[in-house]
Design a protein around this ligand. Structure first.
Ligand SMILES: [Zn+2]
Length: 743
């Protein structure tokens, strides 16, 4: 019977609901309680009793469950929806949405209409979710430049301590394990973008891949209990949904990304059903922040604290343990997720967290909205403008800035009228409350928690992701509102860049440089546009101009070194990297660049010394490992080379290049059997002329002439990228072999 029931649900979850549920108040969705009337006829009692029982039974099943049933044996699945605006989901009233799975979870679970993030940035916001604390406390204030302190208790640690298996599947570099969010997870799958030389802040993977990884793990861990966190990044820029969502949402690609993500939320639920886990799992679906589409002149998220980026979707679902179709109006916060989950599983509440359990709201025992501290240090850290800090309390939102703001969210949800002058008294009250929160919630370990390791900082800086602003990070800074023109210029340039209008983007960066000539990132941005247009001389010129303004800038020197590399100016490239390494001997980019240049020019010993230094800084770097192994193989150090390849093979079992290079290395080492085995695996994953040619050579050495002929033919069928010399030698070899075969 249970099976039948599940099957039915499965259908519902896959198909869009015919009618999108509209947000309603709790009371409206709850069926009225009915009591059977008393009858007086004694003779009819037995029949009547039966009727009463039957009616009671029927009502027991028909009346939506109102209670929360805590259960320490529940699995927990946290799904975070990056950059997802509430008003783009069907369950939050958007008619054009294609979000049947989120809508289903909402109408069969608990939906929070007024959930807020505490900070509109991916890494800090996830830190708030995973620790139940304000950024004031966990101290992660920006993407990429902070490390979550090991001293903090994370949700994963608390649940692991309780005996749950823990696993995370993330899809953006901003929450890479190197930033400390992996604390408490047995498995932290941030294996994406392995084919990029560097994972960068824009490295991401799509929902289908994240789902596949989660599904593989779940299959092995379905016995539970488990805590899994699945992070979907798709709605984040760039908005490029895959087919068929691209075509379906041609003019609304952001909505298409959400629809694509929603599809995989459905797949997750399907998997849980398949393993009979849906009734045993608490599912939390939460946005990490929203996205601005030009509201208050902002596009994207991170700089301002307005509603478009601060409100997030939030849905709780537990088939047997939470009410169905409950909608909660009261304001809640992402810091409340961890305490709610712990409460649901009867885990004692840790001290020193700012969030509270939301279960009393679900039970209807509490109704008053929670006040929330909000902040963004992104303007300070990325542009040298003032940070914004605020408080949402009751109907008011107060923002502390060089030019303060006060909005009445009930009367003015668009935040069009700043009431700071009209409502001085209220503003003062809110400001005092805000200062109290800051005083009481700031942790004492600020300094320790503010720095990442030197290598991480260096690498991010080398990629130009930490804006080196002209302003010091202390003292009076401009209000981001007063820099809106500059900000819009930057955003416009970024938009042009995404559209590949490099000329237009370059013109904007030139304008920004003329406004503020001592910001290194502006030169890097302009140089990148010139490079994209293949204007290499101009690229070099721009970077040298920047270095006149900001000598010794590592960002500019690193970019310049790379440009020399691309231009084939080996000596200049090595000189430039040397300049960086004199000041900073652990600068990864310069170490790897030097290694590469020396390797290409045949200076293998020196190259290998640089590879080793680079790998000391970043031992897991796939690009550096592959190149080091290849260099070793070519210079005859085959055992060392093979050892590195074997390590890579374990980590990247689907990378054909590793098998191919390893096969070639074995060939050099004279181990023809191993060479053939690896090369055959390589061509089964992804055939290349190089692999075919090497297979032919190996087969010939083994005396398998027919196989050698076969592979030479395959090589000659499509020798793309191969030199004329190599092709004609292969032809000659083929003729020879065919002749000997005929004899
Ligand atoms: Zn995010």
């Amino acid at each position: 019977m249970a099976k039948k029931k599940r099957k039915k649900k499965k259908k519902r979850i896959q198909k869009p609901l015919a009618q999108k549920p509209q947000p309603q108040k709790v009371e409206e969705r709850t069926a009225p309680e009915k009591k059977p009337k008393k009858k007086k006829l004694i003779l009819l009692v037995p029949f009547f009793l039966l009727l009463v029982i039957a009616t009671l039974v029927i009502f027991f099943f028909l009346t939506p469950r109102k209670k929360v049933i805590k259960d320490s044996s529940l699995n927990v699945l946290l799904v975070t929806l990056d950059t997802t605006r509430t008003d783009r989901l069907g369950c939050y009233g958007y008619q054009k949405a294609k979000t049947p799975n989120l809508d289903y979870m909402a109408s069969n679970g608990v939906q929070f209409l007024n959930a807020y993030c505490q900070v509109p940035l991916t890494c800090p916001s996830h830190c708030s979710i995973l620790t139940g604390t304000y950024p004031l406390y966990h101290q992660v204030r920006n993407n990429g430049t902070y490390y979550l302190s090991p001293e903090l208790l994370t949700l994963a640690e608390a649940l692991k301590e309780k005996g749950l298996k823990t696993a995370a599947f993330v899809s953006s570099f901003t929450v890479d394990s190197r930033f400390g969010l992996d604390q408490g997870f047995d498995v932290y799958d941030d294996q994406f973008a392995p084919d990029q030389a560097f994972k960068a802040l824009n490295s991401e993977r799509k929902a289908d891949k994240v789902f596949a990884s989660f599904a593989r793990w779940l299959e092995k861990n379905k016995v539970g209990p488990f805590f899994a966190w699945v992070h979907f990044f798709d709605p984040h820029l760039p908005y490029d949904p895959p087919s068929p969502y691209r075509e379906q949402f041609l003019d609304k690609p952001y909505d298409g990304e959400i629809a694509f993500m929603d599809f995989y939320i459905g797949k997750i639920v399907e998997k849980l059903e398949e393993y009979n886990l849906l009734g045993k799992t608490l599912i939390i679906l939460a946005g990490d922040h929203g996205e601005a589409f030009g509201e208050k002149q902002e596009k994207g998220h991170g700089v301002f604290l307005y509603e478009s980026t601060m409100r997030v979707p939030l849905i709780f679902y537990a088939e047997n343990n939470l009410p169905k179709g409950k909608v909660i109006d009261a304001r809640v916060r992402l810091i409340d997720l961890m305490p709610s989950i712990l409460d649901m599983l009867n885990v004692p509440m840790p001290k020193d967290i700012q969030g509270i359990s939301l279960l009393p709201y679900i039970e209807g025992k509490k109704k008053k909205g929670l006040s929330s501290y909000i902040e963004s240090y992104f303007p300070r850290e990325n542009y040298g403008w003032s940070e914004l800090v605020g408080l949402i309390d009751g109907e008011w939102k107060y923002i502390r800035a060089p030019k303060e703001e006060l909005y009445n969210l009930n009367q003015d949800p668009q935040e069009e009228k700043n009431l700071i002058q009209e409502e001085r008294k209220i503003a003062q009250e809110k400001k005092d409350e805000l200062e109290d929160i800051i005083k009481n919630s700031t942790s004492s370990l600020i300094a320790e928690k503010r720095t990442m390791t030197a290598e991480e900082r260096e690498r991010l800086r080398s990629l130009g992701y930490i804006a080196t602003s002209e302003s010091p990070s202390q003292g009076e800074l401009p209000d981001p509102k007063d820099r809106i023109e500059e900000f819009l210029l930057i955003q416009q340039a970024e938009a042009y860049e995404i559209e590949e209008k490099f000329q237009d983007a370059a013109a904007i960066y030139e304008k920004i440089i003329s406004l503020r000539p001592n910001v290194a990132t502006s030169y890097v941005n302009l140089a990148l546009m010139k490079a994209r247009m293949m204007k290499i001389d101009e690229t070099i010129q721009v970077l040298e101009q920047g270095l006149e303004q900001i000598p010794d800038s590592e960002v500019l020197l690193s970019r310049l070194g790379h440009t020399f590399m691309v231009a084939g100016r080996v000596k200049k490239a090595l000189e430039t990297f040397d300049h960086i390494l004199k000041n900073n001997p652990r600068y990864f980019d310069a170490l790897l660049g030097s290694a590469w240049m020396l390797d290409l020019t045949g200076q293998k010993e020196d190259a290998q010394a640089y590879y080793r230094k680079a790998l000391e800084v970043e031992p897991e770097n796939k690009f550096a490992r592959k190149n080091y192994a290849l260099s070793l193989a070519i210079s005859g150090k085959l055992n060392q080379s093979i050892e590195i390849y074997n390590g890579l093979k374990k980590e990247y079992p689907d990378d054909y290049e590793i098998y191919q290079d390893l096969g070639i290395a074995f060939g050099y080492a004279g181990d023809i059997t191993q060479s053939i085995e690896n090369l055959e695996t390589a061509v089964s994953l992804h055939p290349t002329p190089v692999a075919y040619l090497n297979l032919a050579v190996a087969m010939k050495k083994k005396g398998k002439r027919e196989q050698a002929v076969r592979y030479l033919k395959l090589y000659l069928e499509n020798p793309e990228g191969e030199s004329e010399e190599s092709i004609s030698r292969a032809r000659a070899e083929l003729q020879n072999l065919e002749k000997t075969l005929k004899q």
